[in-house]
Design a binder for this molecule. Structure first.
Ligand code: KIV
Ligand code: ZN
Length: 388
C-alpha cells in the first residue's frame, strides 16, 4: 500500500517548463534532463505534449524508451488524435501515463470551447476511457479548475474517476487562487466526490500572483498527494511551482507538514544548474534554495552568529541541496569576526593590531566595491604585512 503521507513529485519541466517564453530544448538535451530528473527521484516525468510537434513526439518517445525507474507521462487534449499520438510516443515506457485535459471553467466553456457542461463531462469521460484502453495509469485535468464552479468541478471529477482516471489533477491554470481558497477546493472534492478515494489528488499551480508554492503546500495540508512542479519554477508566464521549494519546505518543516517525498535533495542544485544552462534561463540571485545568494550571508551580525553556531541564521545546510558550502560574503556589512576567519582560511596569522589596520582598509575597499574577493584581501594583507 502506498504511504499515505508521501507526496508524489510530478515534474513538468520538459512540458509546462518548456512552454516558458525563451526556453526550448532539443531532444538530446531533453533526454539528459530526464535522466537527471530520474536520478533526482521524481516519481513522474511529464516528458512533453506529443501531438504538439514532431520534435515533442520524438522527445517523449526517446525518454519513454530510454529513461527507467520513473513513470513517463505524455499530455493530450481530450480528443482521439491527441490520445492516440500520446500512446504512440509512450508505448515503450516501463511505466507509462497518459495525461488528458479539458477546460471546465465557465470562461473557458463559453469563450474557448463553446461547449455546455454536459458536453464537457461527456468528452472528458470518452477521453479517459479511450486512454484507459491503452494503459492503466491515467491522469485527468479539468483545466482552469481553480476558477470552475465547485459543484461542476465535483461532477466532472467524479465522472472522470468512474471512467478510469487514477489521478485527478486540479490546475490553477492562471495562478488566480489563494492558499486558503485553493485548499477549500481540495477539501470540497474530498468531501463531496463519493469515489475520490479511488484516485490520487494532484495539484498544479501557476505563479502569476507569486503563490504557486504556497497554494500547492496548502493543498497538501488538506489531502493532495501529488504536486506538479518544475525545476527553478520555469513555465508559462510567471512559471509553475518550483520543485526545489516544495521539496525543501516539506523536508525542512517535516515537523509541521508530516509529509515526505522521494527526492534526493543533494541533487537539487546540480539539476537546477543543468536546467538553467540548457534553457538559457538564468536563476535570480535571491531565488530560494538554488539562487546564488540562498546560502550567502553578508551582515556582520549574521556572520558572527553563523561562525558561533550555524543554526542561528541557517534553517537548511547547503550540503543538503548540493551547494558545496555556506558563503560568508565579505562586503561593507561584514564584521571583524568574519574577516579574521577568512584571513586564517587564506593561511595568514595576523595579530590584533595587524587585523585592525586590515579591517580599516577592508572597509574602505568594501565601500567602493560590492563584494570583496579573496584576491582583494590577499593584496591588502600582503601590502600591510610588511608595515606592521
Ligand atoms: O496549467 C494547466 O492547466 C496545465 C494543464 C495542461 C494541466 O498545464
Ligand atoms: Zn500548467
Amino acid at each position: 500500500m502506498a504511504d499515505a503521507n508521501r507526496i508524489r513529485i510530478f515534474d513538468t519541466t520538459l512540458r509546462d517548463g518548456e512552454q516558458s517564453p525563451g526556453a526550448s530544448m532539443n531532444i538530446v538535451e531533453k533526454v539528459e534532463v530526464a535522466r537527471a530528473l530520474a536520478a533526482l527521484g521524481v516519481d513522474i516525468i511529464e516528458a512533453g505534449f506529443p501531438i504538439a510537434s514532431q520534435g515533442d513526439f520524438e522527445a517523449v518517445r526517446a525518454i519513454a524508451a530510454e529513461v527507467a525507474g520513473t513513470t513517463v507521462c505524455g499530455l493530450a487534449r481530450c480528443n482521439d488524435r491527441d490520445i492516440d499520438r500520446a500512446w504512440e510516443a509512450l508505448q515503450y515506457a516501463q511505466s507509462p501515463r497518459i495525461h488528458v485535459f479539458l477546460a471546465t471553467s465557465a470562461i473557458h466553456r463559453e469563450h474557448k470551447l463553446k461547449m455546455t457542461r454536459e458536453q464537457v463531462v461527456e468528452r472528458a469521460v470518452a477521453s479517459v476511457r479511450r486512454a484507459k484502453g491503452y494503459c492503466a495509469d491515467i491522469e485527468f485535468s479539468p483545466e482552469d479548475a481553480a476558477r470552475t464552479e465547485v459543484d461542476f468541478l465535483c461532477e466532472v471529477v467524479e465522472a472522470a474517476i468512474a471512467a478510469g482516471a487514477t489521478t485527478v489533477n486540479i490546475p490553477d491554470t492562471v495562478g488566480y487562487a489563494t492558499p486558503t481558497q485553493y485548499a477549500a477546493v481540495i477539501t470540497a472534492l474530498r468531501e463531496r466526490v463519493p469515489n475520490i478515494g479511488q484516485a490520487v489528488i494532484s495539484v498544479h499551480c501557476h505563479n502569476d500572483l507569486g503563490l504557486a508554492v504556497a497554494n500547492s503546500l496548502a493543498a497538501c495540508e488538506v489531502g493532495a498527494r501529488q504536486v506538479e512542479c518544475t525545476i527553478n519554477g520555469i513555465g508559462e508566464r510567471a512559471g509553475n511551482a518550483a520543485l526545489e521549494e516544495i521539496v525543501m519546505a516539506l523536508k525542512t518543516r517535516a515537523d509541521y507538514y508530516g509529509l515526505t517525498t522521494n527526492i534526493k535533495t543533494e541533487r537539487l542544485y546540480p539539476v537546477s544548474r543543468m536546467v538553467s544552462t540548457i534553457t538559457g534561463l538564468t536563476v535570480q540571485r535571491n531565488k530560494a534554495i538554488v539562487g546564488r545568494n540562498a546560502f550567502a550571508h553578508e551582515a556582520g551580525i549574521h556572520q558572527d552568529g553563523m561562525l558561533k553556531e550555524r543554526s542561528t541564521y541557517e534553517i537548511m545546510r547547503p550540503e543538503e541541496v548540493g551547494v558545496p558550502k555556506t558563503d560568508l560574503v565579505l562586503g561593507k556589512h561584514s564584521g571583524r569576526h568574519a574577516l579574521r576567519d577568512r584571513v586564517t582560511e587564506l593561511g595568514y596569522h595576523l595579530n590584533d593590531a595587524q587585523l585592525e589596520i586590515l579591517f580599516d582598509d577592508f572597509k574602505t575597499l568594501a565601500d567602493k566595491k560590492k563584494e570583496v574577493y579573496d584576491e582583494d584581501l590577499v593584496v591588502l594583507i600582503e601590502k600591510h604585512i610588511q608595515d606592521v
